[in-house]
Ligand binder design. Structure first.
Ligand SMILES: [Zn+2]
Length: 393
C-alpha cells in the first residue's frame, strides 16, 4: 500500500514537472484559436509591376476559382501579394509605379478579379528589394548590374537582395535605419491606397525577413494582419540564408498595434513539383489541428515568362479545389483579411467556442510538441488525457 502511495506521488511529481517545464507552449496552444471548419486559402505572392502576361494569368485564375463553391456558395479567394513598382533602367531608386500606362492591363485585371470577389489584394512591398541596397550591390555584382539595366522579374535577383527590409548588399546583412523604414512603409501604404482605393489590411513581408521596427511602422499605418511563417527572420547570414530569428508566433497572436499574426507554412508551387495531393495532405494536417490551411504559391507558377507552365498550374489549382471540396464537404473559403477579423473578434461563426471540442484539439496539438509529447506519452499522461477526447459527433 505504502509502495503504491509512493509511486502515485512520484507520478504526480513527474506530471507536475513536465507541465511546469512546458507551461508556456501548453498555454499558447490552448489560446490559439480552433477553427470550426476546414479552411483553405491559396496565397499567391509577387504580382504587380512586371511582365504584362500577368493580366491574362490573373483573368485565368479568377475564371478557375469561379468554377468552385463551398457549402455556403462562396468561391475560393486567392490572395495576391502586390509589388507596386519596378525601377527604371540603371536607377534602383527611380520607380515606375503599377499605375503607369505600361502596366495598365495588369492593374485592370487585378481590379476585375477583386470586383468578382476572386482576388484579395495584400501588400507585399513597394519593391521586392531595398533600393539603396540594390544600387550598392549593382556596383559590385555584374549579374545585379545586368538585371538593373533591364529590370523586370524580381525573382531573378539573388535571393538575399529580394529581402526588402534589410541591406543585403553585403553579407551578413545589415539592419536599416529606423526613420528610413518608417518613411518607406508610409510611402508604400500611400501608394497601395492610391492604386487599390483602400489601405492595405494584410501584409506579407518579402522573403519573410522583417524586424520589430518594420512591424511598428506597419502598425502605425493601420495594418491588421501580418502573414508569417511562424517565426520572424531579421536578416541574412554570411551565406545569404534567412537568419536572426528573434520571435515565434501562432495564428491569432497579437502583433504590434491592432494587428494579429497568421501562420503560412505550407506550399503549393507546381513549378517545384507540388501536386494537389501534396496540398491536400497539408489541408488534412491543419484541419486535424483546428488550424486554417494557408498555402504559399507565387506568380511564377502561372507565368511562362518566369519559367512557369500556366496551363499545368491552372489545372493543378482546379484539381486542388475539386478534390478539397469532395474530401471536406464543410470546407470554407475566405480571405486572410476576413480570417484575421474572425480570429481577432473570436467570431463564433468561425472560431470554436465549445470547451470540450477545443480540449480535444488542444490534446492533438500538445501531442505534437516534440519533447512534451514524448515525455507525456512515456509517463502515461497523454493516454490518460485522451480518455477525455470528445470528437464532434
Ligand atoms: Zn515575394
Amino acid at each position: 500500500m505504502q509502495l503504491l502511495t509512493l509511486l502515485g506521488a512520484a507520478w504526480c511529481l513527474a506530471v507536475a514537472a513536465i507541465l511546469l517545464l512546458h507551461r508556456r507552449a501548453l498555454i499558447a496552444l490552448w489560446r490559439e484559436p480552433v477553427m470550426r471548419h476546414p479552411v483553405l486559402i491559396v496565397e499567391s505572392d509577387d504580382w504587380g509591376a512586371g511582365p504584362l502576361e500577368q493580366a491574362a494569368a490573373l483573368d485565368a485564375i479568377a475564371d478557375c476559382l469561379a468554377r468552385h463553391h463551398d457549402s455556403q456558395g462562396r468561391s475560393p479567394v486567392m490572395t495576391v501579394a502586390l509589388i507596386l513598382a519596378l525601377p527604371e533602367a540603371n536607377a534602383a531608386s527611380r520607380l515606375r509605379d503599377l499605375d503607369s500606362p505600361e502596366f495598365a492591363t495588369i492593374l485592370a485585371a487585378l481590379h476585375a478579379g477583386i470586383a468578382r470577389g476572386m482576388l484579395a489584394p495584400q501588400l507585399h512591398g513597394m519593391t521586392h528589394f531595398w533600393p539603396p541596397a540594390l544600387a550598392r550591390a549593382a556596383l559590385a555584382q555584374p549579374q545585379v548590374a545586368a538585371w538593373l539595366a533591364a529590370p523586370d522579374l524580381t525573382e531573378q535577383l539573388p535571393s538575399p537582395l529580394q529581402s526588402r527590409w534589410i541591406d543585403a548588399s553585403q553579407l551578413p546583412s545589415w539592419p536599416l535605419d529606423e526613420a528610413l523604414v518608417h518613411a518607406a512603409v508610409a510611402e508604400e501604404v500611400a501608394a497601395y491606397t492610391h492604386l487599390l482605393g483602400e489601405p492595405p489590411q494584410v501584409v506579407v513581408p518579402p522573403t519573410f525577413v522583417w524586424t520589430a521596427t518594420v512591424e511598428s511602422a506597419w502598425a502605425a499605418a493601420g495594418m491588421r494582419v501580418l502573414v508569417t511563417p511562424g517565426r520572424r527572420f531579421t536578416g541574412r547570414d554570411g551565406t545569404g540564408r534567412p537568419a536572426g530569428i528573434d520571435k515565434t508566433m501562432r495564428n491569432g497572436e497579437s502583433a504590434v498595434g491592432e494587428a494579429i499574426y497568421l501562420v503560412r507554412d505550407d506550399y503549393f508551387e507546381p513549378l517545384l513539383g507540388h501536386t494537389p495531393e501534396h496540398a491536400l495532405a497539408a489541408l488534412a494536417r491543419k484541419t486535424t489541428l483546428g488550424r486554417p490551411c494557408l498555402l504559399e504559391t507565387h506568380r511564377n507558377n502561372f507565368l511562362a515568362a518566369a519559367g512557369g507552365d500556366p496551363d499545368q498550374s491552372l489545372a493543378a489549382l482546379d484539381r486542388l479545389y475539386r478534390r478539397a471540396l469532395t474530401t471536406y464537404p464543410n470546407l470554407r473559403f475566405l480571405s486572410c483579411a476576413e480570417l484575421g477579423r474572425a480570429l481577432k473578434d473570436n467570431d463564433p461563426a468561425w472560431v470554436e467556442q465549445d470547451r470540450r471540442r477545443r480540449f480535444t484539439i488542444w490534446l492533438r496539438r500538445v501531442a505534437g510538441l516534440p519533447r512534451f509529447g514524448k515525455a507525456a506519452r512515456l509517463i502515461g499522461l497523454l493516454p490518460l488525457l485522451n480518455l477525455f477526447d470528445r470528437p464532434r459527433p
